[in-house]
Design a protein around this ligand. Sequence first.
Ligand code: ASP
Length: 491
Amino acid sequence: MNEPQSTSVESTPRLALHWQILIGMIAGAAIGLLLNLSLSTTDVTRSEDIPGHLSKVELHDSTNTITITTFTRDDVKTIYEIGGKLDAKYPDLKSFEADQPDLHAVFESHGQSWARQIGNLCKRFGGLFLRMLQMVAVPLIVTSLTVGVMGLGKAERLGRMFRRTMSYYICTSFLAIVTGLIMVNVIQPGVGTDLTSHSPPAYAAASSSLSEVLLGQLETLIPNNPIRSLAEGDFLAIISFTIAFAIFALMLGGKTAATISNLAQAGFDVMMKMTMAVIALAPLGVMLLMLYVTATHGSAIFSSLAWYMLAVFLALVVHACITLPLILKFIARRNPWEFAKAMSPALLTAFSSASSNGTLPLTMASIEQRAGVRNQTSSFVLPLGATINMDGTALYEVVAVLFIAQLVGIDLSLADQVVVALTALLASIGAAGIPHAGLVMMVIVLQAVDLPVEKQGLIIAVDRILDMCRTSVNVWSDSCGCAVIDALDDE
Ligand code: ASP
């Protein structure tokens, strides 16, 4: 096992980076909460966009609550009136404005309250940090993976690493699912809970079948245009093409292999340096993102869903603090606490950004620079993990689906629960490493056991906070997997 090579992610000698990020996170949350308290009851709640899939806008005033739900970012399908006077459906916000100028004006004006303006401004500026991370992600993955694969020297070693990586992913996701199943059956958060007063926006219909999703994943492994995949940041396609490219370069050997290897190494060094510079901004970025989240998500909704949240949270804690550390201790022979400390910049950023893909450059930098895992392992295990290994998401899917079943009074048999477990595993593999992807994929699990998909609307309000928690667990599992594979490769 390698010793940590340097501590250059520690950007200041005074306070370690993870402490800076933690302080930023707490400060952002506190300021955001204060702002949130200052929002009046007639204010507008605009939930954030869910890239490529969903977005939801809610408008509350003393007489109305309107939820505008979209299936795709640009395609607003329906407006629901929940408590009052509207009874209309609009294809988009513009027709809503044309038909209901007064309500639209209320929406716009309340939407611009000073507290919300600050929240949205923070989102924009925090978004700059995420953009920087996205900016470095693709070149970092390509150069790092090329260096990693060429460093392995032989295709057989790659094959062995692939097998081990996939086994780890499937085993830990399975353990996470079992933890979730036990927790939701013990706590039974949906039994005796009445949420009929909450709005059920039925956007869940935007679904595709499981086989379609998985076939789609398989297709993206063979990009018809690798350059387009690079431009679009299509991780699976980038990974498969880069691995193929590096393997063929290795097979050619000689001068060609040496040139590619040197080029990739030089590119990787530059990208790592650049990533470090971005990471130095993490405390500020995290603070702004936390401020936005707490400023725009009220606290009232949490109480009715407290048991559900507790079940998800406790199960995540068991998986992250018991199961994965045991694996780390006994298979990777690492001190879990020290390893968690080394990975904390990535874990905290995952928490505040709710995106494993977005956090990937930080995860790669932390694991190599702070935890001392070899680049040949991390360059392979982490990008793949960010895309397909999602323990937190798999666990969340089973708890949420069983919660919904309990809410609607459907007793899922053991066989049904096995179906939930299996589809949750596949849904987590299919979910992208972006905010709310797990929520989108849940439709597949609900459909598998014939549960009403529109009931998913009940848990949207608390999805952001749960997304933050499960994303940290996703990144933590990827990191532990990396340490495990690295240790096994040593033997
Ligand atoms: N946000 C999660 C991630 O990026 C995916 C999910 O929604 O569960 O890992």
